[in-house]
Design a protein around this ligand. Structure first.
Ligand SMILES: [Zn+2]
Length: 198
């Protein structure tokens, strides 16, 4: 029995290592589902066609577009998720990368940005999404040689962000839908349960 337990633990450890190797270093350990879950139709009602295309359909806005021009002019302030109002970045981590999309070298202390491995389009990239509502924000690249404290470039679609100048009121956080609350409760109950694999 002890041997079997030891074997199981060894397997579990090996599995965790394999999982860890597949995850970006800074990715959240929690693979929990987003708090905000809405249908595509609901999101479509709340967002402009471009915001919907980028955040919910994982699109990319045109480089050097209108949103980027605005971003370049913005001063001190905070950037929130255009879908749910979660804090994502601040102007303190903003830098000029010359890539044509809003660039930050780090996410804000709010830790609202989740990093996920993205293997689409024949590339291995790290996608950044809003932790709260799973809105696609853009990608993060590292080791490109930028003279910033992290040498990471969060390459973000401007339309995915809502900017609030310093001193302004933060947008109202989108409330968690009751269906999502129920689902979350169900998951917690399962995780906390005593179900043991044989
Ligand atoms: Zn969000």
């Amino acid at each position: 029995m002890k041997l079997r337990l030891a074997l199981l633990s060894a397997l579990a450890v090996a599995f965790c290592i394999a999982q860890a190797a597949d995850q970006p270093k800074t990715a959240s350990k929690s693979m929990s589902k987003p708090e905000i879950v809405k249908s595509e139709t609901d999101w479509q009602k709340m967002l402009t066609p471009e915001q919907f295309q980028v955040t919910r359909m994982r699109g990319t806005e045109r480089a050097n577009g209108a949103a980027y021009e605005e971003f370049e002019k913005q001063g001190e302030g905070t950037y929130y998720c255009v879908c749910c109002g979660a804090e994502l970045f601040t102007s303190k981590e903003k830098f000029h990368s010359g890539c044509g999309w809003p660039s930050f070298y780090d996410s804000s202390k709010a830790k609202g940005v989740l990093e996920k491995v993205d293997n689409s389009h024949g590339m291995r990239r790290i996608e950044t999404v809003c932790k709260r509502c799973d809105a696609h924000l853009g990608h993060v690249f590292e080791g490109e040689g930028y003279k910033t404290p992290t040498d990471r470039r969060f390459c973000i679609n401007g339309v995915a962000l809502k900017f609030v100048p310093k001193g302004g009121d933060a947008p109202k956080l989108l409330e968690v839908s009751s269906a999502a609350v129920q689902q979350k409760k169900g998951e917690v109950a399962k995780e906390g349960g005593v179900e043991v694999k044989k």
